[in-house]
Ligand binder design. Structure first.
Ligand SMILES: *[C@@H]1O[C@H](CO)[C@@H](O)[C@H](O)[C@H]1NC(C)=O
Ligand SMILES: *[C@@H]1O[C@H](CO)[C@@H](O)[C@H](O)[C@H]1NC(C)=O
Ligand SMILES: *[C@@H]1O[C@H](CO)[C@@H](O)[C@H](O)[C@H]1NC(C)=O
Ligand SMILES: *[C@@H]1O[C@H](CO)[C@@H](O)[C@H](O)[C@H]1NC(C)=O
Length: 694
């Protein structure tokens, strides 16, 4: 089971590192590499599935159709509206899929638009899947019997434009000639603001238009049945204020054509979905704490103001209900995701708007797996959603140890490691990381994995001089200043308990060791004074061998990192506004002089429906210039580490089968005790994956 891992406020910062300052790097011809950890993402083996809505029990897995193709991460699907058929046909013709188009079998194929992350690049795809609708069991049509391929698959956006290539895409919908979606490709580098905006691309011409005003972030677009209006959840220009449980958004409506006539229709709401041209369903956390579906009735005549909109709660308290989906074919029910006090898993259900009754679907099929973000076919006969393809707690044979990601900087190859707090040995031949519990080393090719420590520990660092010595902080993460956490050193090649040495002795919270380049000293942060400040101690004897305070103040200084030339210690600090959750990057000389701020924290909110919707990897020059964003995705990327040499830009698989789909829903959804539900367990803080949650 994956742990509570509330790392964001420490780790999403710009962390210059022990092995290169970009401007001192003279090996640019060969370049360098960065390895980082991402909360959950290598467990998100999502595919899109579908169930018929009109089925009589018993419902079984035989009713479920897998629509997407497996090898990538596929999520947030949408059944295109029939009005998009002409555009899709001409697109397919142009893609020399003409034959397919003109040999369409009857019944027509299942059509799907969705987000797909392939080799770390997200794009929006269109798939047609040929299946036999007439039988009760799923059955994918074969080319041999129908003279068509089983699947037609077309990326809908041309990412050749490099600016567009590495960016996050989300929530596509297709109506008429236009694909409407979220993208983060216009990055202005403004701290703590989001680059998520809604765009429309005309399928026939590829012409893309931004619909979101500059300085505003829009998420979750939904196009009205006529195609005329688009509704979005929007986050203003004021910047992110740091609430992870709910990124409070308002709902706006504008003309799909050009983004004009933009007007706020609902204060405090997310995930809008049109019932008809004047009805929107959305979710919000109600005053009784239950997430619920609400309905907004817009006046027929414009202009609209929030006062003229009538809002009604649709779903009852007693369970969490979110991410509504409507269908034009039948306005009497909506599809929703729920968290019931009786289940630790998120499931798709139908909700009858007349009888106020739920009809469970996915819990009857795969009870032990989360199901996310339903969407309905326009004839209301099918509901789609995404879930892990492995089912509950399966093991995955193709799980990646190191995922190579496309890098916008040709001098840096980028890798996501399936392990937290990575650091690489000075010779580059071993990676240390932590799991929960445990400290491990592994070769970059996946061989020779060894557990070095079996307790709870976080952060790892190698001594640059003394071969095979690593440091870690042993104890609970995110603990108070007075909780005992100790810096320990571990001799990687040692054979018995004597290989582990405790370096701190004061029984307070000591963490994030980083050794000096001569291997003699360790800088770390400690809560011993009542505040988390920085200290330097002897690397071999620990604080017994010498201890010096480096910073002093009633704020938090943390995650220090000694520069390769020994001149600087970089660290994160909230000294500008203590306890705000907003950390900035500082540097100081090891003798305590020369303190300066490098850069304000730059946490762009990528995504509102994710546990920690921020945390991307950046590089920055020491004078604060040339900020480059290296990652764009809906996950929390953190704890980057430079690698002493460039690693070949290829994926590396685990050599053994590893647990896949091993993540949990947002932990606060499990705690239903405060509002009358059963108290479920609070372990695990992860939340749902892309589009998983909010
Ligand atoms: C920052 O440093 C880089 C070199 O490291 C230099 O090219 C650039 O001009 C500097 N920028 C400022 C604003 O001083
Ligand atoms: C069809 O393809 C050609 C050449 O690849 C391209 O120039 C044209 O814009 C495309 N038209 C449509 C409708 O996609
Ligand atoms: C830390 O700062 C406080 C308040 O300014 C001061 O009283 C104390 O002596 C300082 N401690 C050290 C070790 O500098
Ligand atoms: C502190 O260290 C810096 C860099 O190592 C050095 O330039 C400076 O002279 C030192 N200052 C004092 C007061 O020792």
């Amino acid at each position: 089971m994956k742990p509570i891992f509330l790392v964001c406020f420490l780790l999403c910062l710009l962390i210059p590192t022990s092995h290169a300052t970009p401007d001192h790097d003279d090996s640019t011809s060969s370049g360098t590499s960065i390895i980082f950890y991402t909360l959950g993402s290598l467990d998100y083996a999502f595919d899109i599935f579908s169930l018929p809505t009109r089925i009589n029990p018993p419902i079984s897995i035989a009713h479920e159709i897998k629509i997407t193709d497996g090898p990538s991460v596929n999520f947030n699907g949408h059944f295109p509206s029939p009005s998009s058929s002409p555009s899709l046909l001409s697109l397919l013709r142009n893609q020399t899929l003409l034959q397919t188009v003109d040999n369409r079998p009857d019944p027509p194929p299942l059509q799907l638009v969705y987000v797909s992350e392939r080799n770390g690049v997200s794009n929006i795809y269109y798939d047609e899947v040929y299946f036999d609708n007439t039988r009760s069991t799923r059955s994918i049509r074969k080319r041999s019997s129908f003279e068509v391929p089983e699947r037609v698959q077309v990326p809908l956006l041309n990412l050749e434009d490099s600016q567009n290539r590495i960016s996050m895409k989300d929530r596509p919908s297709l109506a008429g000639d236009y694909l409407v979606y979220v993208s983060t490709h216009e990055d202005f580098g403004v701290a703590r603001t989001s680059t998520a905006a809604v765009y429309s691309t005309k399928l026939k011409s590829g012409v893309t238009r931004r619909l979101t005003p500059y300085s505003v972030a829009d998420f979750s677009p939904s196009v009205s049945p006529s195609g005329k209006w688009t509704a979005v959840a929007s986050y203003g220009a004021s910047g992110w204020e740091g609430e992870v449980k709910e990124l409070s958004t308002d709902i706006y409506v504008f003309l799909t054509r050009d983004g004009t006539h933009r007007v706020k229709v609902v204060e405090h709401g997310g995930w809008p979905c049109w019932g008809d041209e004047t009805t929107l369903y959305f979710h919000r956390r109600g005053e009784d704490e239950w997430w619920s579906i609400y309905r907004a009735i817009l006046p027929k005549n414009r202009p609209i103001s929030t006062e003229s909109v009538v809002i009604e709660r649709v779903t009852p308290p007693g369970l969490h209900v979110f991410t509504p989906a409507t269908s034009l074919g039948n306005k009497n029910f909506i599809a929703v995701a729920t968290r019931r006090p009786t289940s630790k898993f998120r499931h798709i259900e139908l909700f009858d708007l007349e009888k106020n009754e739920f009809k469970e679907l996915t819990r009857l099929v795969s009870p032990q797996t989360h199901h996310f973000n339903p969407f309905m076919s326009s004839d209301s006969t099918r509901v789609g959603y995404h879930r892990c393809r492995l089912g509950g707690n399966g093991r995955e044979s193709s799980k990646l140890l190191l995922q190579n990601l496309p890098s916008p900087d040709p001098d840096i190859s980028l890798f996501r490691l399936d392990g937290s707090f990575p650091s690489v040995s000075p010779s580059g031949d071993q990676i240390a990381y932590t799991d929960f519990p445990g400290v491990y080393v592994i070769n970059p090719d996946g061989r020779n994995r060894r557990q070095l420590y079996d307790g709870f520990a976080f952060s790892t660092a190698w001594n640059p001089v003394h071969k095979g010595i690593i440091y870690t902080s042993a104890g609970p993460k995110f603990a108070s200043v007075g909780t005992e956490v100790d810096i320990i050193s571990i001799n990687v090649d040692g054979v018995d308990q004597s290989r582990i040495k405790k370096l701190t002795t004061n029984s307070k919270n000591n963490a994030f060791p980083s050794p000096s380049p001569d291997g003699k000293w360790i800088v770390f942060r400690s809560g011993r004074s009542g505040y988390k400040n920085l200290y330097i101690m002897d690397a071999e004897e620990g604080e017994k061998g010498g201890l010096r305070r480096l910073t002093n103040g009633s704020w938090s200084d943390t995650m220090p990192n000694w520069s390769p030339d020994g001149e600087w210690i970089a660290f994160a600090s909230d000294r500008d506004s203590p306890d705000s959750g907003s950390f900035e990057l500082y540097m100081v000389h090891p003798n305590g002089t020369g303190l300066r701020k490098v850069i304000k924290a730059a946490e762009p909110i990528s995504y509102p429906h994710q546990y920690q919707p921020y945390g991307e990897i950046f590089t920055v020059k020491l004078n604060g210039s040339d900020v480059k964003r290296l990652t764009h995705n809906p996950y929390e990327d953190g704890t980057p580490t430079w690698v002493p040499r460039r690693i070949k830009a290829v994926d590396v698989k685990w050599l053994e089968d590893r647990p896949g789909c091993d993540f949990e829903d947002c932990h606060w959804l499990s705690d239903m005790s405060s509002h009358g539900g059963a108290k479920a367990n609070l372990n695990g803080a992860q939340c749902g994956g892309p589009g998983g949650s909010f």
